[in-house]
Design a protein around this ligand. Structure first.
Ligand code: F3S
Length: 274
């Protein structure tokens, strides 16, 4: 097993909070988007009367309905919409993400152009962009960053790769004059990536467990694949590649899991392999 894998602090906090909230109100609870990118967890939550809704569905909610903001956070204007509808808002935004929101808002108001090093369609990035009136330049290569001003404030998606952050920053340093940069890559991501990288160098095959739509799991997969050609990304034990595991050349198996993969799914895979 990679030293560090599975639920990070922010995701664990969000899952605990949503379960506690359900117990308190004992009625259907709504999360704005899937609480985490893991289908098994989403099914588990549905069985507890906790449902994921899209932003557009806010209009169908009624006064005092309970709505949870997931760890990715949301744009400021969506908070306003929830308040206007007089919903009960439970904010499970990861404190590390809220910290980015505060910085982005502050520097936007001070006249800096905000640059987010990350994936423009990722909900965390869309959320961050909503704290500077959707004015951020988003990307990580020269092409996406080629319109930057002379005065910029740079932050990163919490799950971004360190190497992408460094490349983007180097480009910005060459093309801008006044730069405030916050490396907001979460250490949970970094620690998981390094520990997966180390393990993938010494095993014959690497199994990465996590949702297919989870960006941090996909990044773990890419890192491991660079070192270990027999790297597979599975969501749960049902997807274990039996043919690969029957290969007689494979003696050691490394396992890692994304920050949105619960312990019980990891344990099921381990038991199956045993
Ligand atoms: Fe928060 Fe880091 Fe997890 S930003 S949600 S603790 S990956």
């Amino acid at each position: 097993m990679a030293d560090k894998s599975g639920f990070c602090f922010g995701v664990k906090r969000a899952v605990d909070l949503v379960l506690k909230t359900q117990q308190k109100y004992k009625k259907p609870i709504y999360t704005l988007g899937p609480l985490i990118h893991n289908n098994d967890v989403i099914e588990f939550l549905k069985s507890k009367d906790i449902y994921s809704i899209d932003i557009e569905e806010i209009e169908n909610l009624k006064k005092d309905d309970v709505v949870i903001i997931r760890s990715h956070g949301i744009p400021l204007c969506i908070f306003e919409r929830l308040r206007i509808k007089e919903l009960k808002i439970i904010d499970a935004t990861c404190p590390y993400v809220s910290n980015i929101h505060k910085k982005v808002k502050k520097y936007h108001e001070l006249g800096y152009q905000i640059v987010i090093v990350g994936d423009k369609d990722h909900p965390e990035v869309t959320g961050i962009n909503g704290w500077c009136e959707n004015s951020a330049i988003i990307g990580k290569d020269e092409e996406s960053l080629n319109n930057i001003n002379n005065k910029v404030c740079v932050v990163s998606q919490t799950t971004e790769k360190e190497i992408n952050w460094q490349k983007a920053l180097n480009y910005i340093i060459k093309n801008s004059k006044e730069i405030v940069a916050f490396n907001t890559i979460c250490s949970a991501t970094d620690i998981r990536q390094k520990s997966a990288e180390n393990l993938s160098k010494i095993v014959d095959t690497m199994i990465v467990i996590g949702g297919k739509h989870s960006s941090n799991t996909t990044k773990l997969y890419e890192i491991c694949k660079n070192n270990c050609k027999y790297t597979v990304h599975i969501e749960n034990k049902k997807e274990l590649p039996t043919l690969l595991l029957e290969n007689k050349d494979i003696n050691t198996i490394g396992i890692t899991a994304g920050a949105s993969t619960p312990d019980w799914i990891i344990q099921e895979v381990v038991n199956c392999l045993k």
